[in-house]
Design a protein around this ligand. Sequence first.
Ligand code: UT7
Length: 326
Amino acid sequence: MSIYSRITGTGSYLPPRRVTNDELAAEMATRGLETSDEWIVERTGIKARHFAAPDVVASDLALEASKNALQAANIQASDIDLIIVATSTPDMVFPSTAAILQNKLGIANGCPVFDMQAVCSGFVYALTVADSMIKSGSAKRVLVVGAEVFSRILDFNDRTTCVLFGDGAGAVVLEASDKPGILATELHADGSHVDILCVPGNVSGGQVIGSPLLRMDGQAVFKLAVGVLDKAARAALEKAKMQEADIDWLIPHQANLRIMMSTARKLKLAPEKVVVTVDQHGNTSAASIPLALDHAVRSGQVKPGQNVMLEGVGGGFTWGAVLLTM
Ligand code: UT7
């Protein structure tokens, strides 16, 4: 049994089609919807997002991100003994996107796989489960992926939501280690807020019952998010017997720059300590944290030995934090 689990490689992938706010606003105007680069930047910090081609599914994005993470960890796909994919936009109702990814990686040889459904908190939930399975001795090398094609569930006639989201994937290899890696985890949910962020549809008898498109009460989500994120981070710090000042980097779920900076302020962290990719990626739900982590690692922001606080928040209502040393 290992004492620690540690991230040994990160990877990410964005579909090539990049859509700026101006391009999106021009396209929406053809359908009589008014928005602007100015409004989107001021309210969210988003300047652009990526959209997948119509024939591309979540497992395709997951596959590219996974290959990059495996290469960074210097291991083969066949070395992986568990795959967890966090997604709310799976390829199929079933089987899991993780099963499809396992097959695409060419390792359909028996390692367990499953999806994690915690919407935008999905990656911190998945990382927490992977950490527990390593610490219990059930796994040694876990591929943890966040992959989303949120463009498929957006209502492009609803200007309050369609400007916010994008597609992408991020992945990490989490390995059993004698060196400290994941230091503390903290997960929460409050199911009384199901209705404020949901895709209410379902499939029955070959028909979609209800809407298959995303609905959000933005202000309600905003209020809940700013109320819980710093508390989750502090709880993780307390478990690890660490202080706010010990955090080298905050990598929050990339939904809204105002929420991210509000959390940083509450944790007394300088804005320079916050990894920001929401400007270029929009909100990629479960993919946003591993995407931001990979960008920060590859750009040289996050260095080995530094302490990183990951924070997720989203539909459910779900939230959580993972404190780790890179
Ligand atoms: O990933 C899960 C987590 N999700 C989130 O964290 C999202 C949290 N919520 C938010 O980020 C913000 O609430 C939004 C960005 C969604 C909205 O920002 P807001 O400051 O709460 O704006 P608002 O909803 O109060 O709307 C202000 C105005 C309204 O017009 P009136 O009523 O003041 O005339 C909206 O109709 O902005 C209008 N509006 C827009 N205008 C131009 C809403 N969407 C748009 C738009 N372009 N796209």
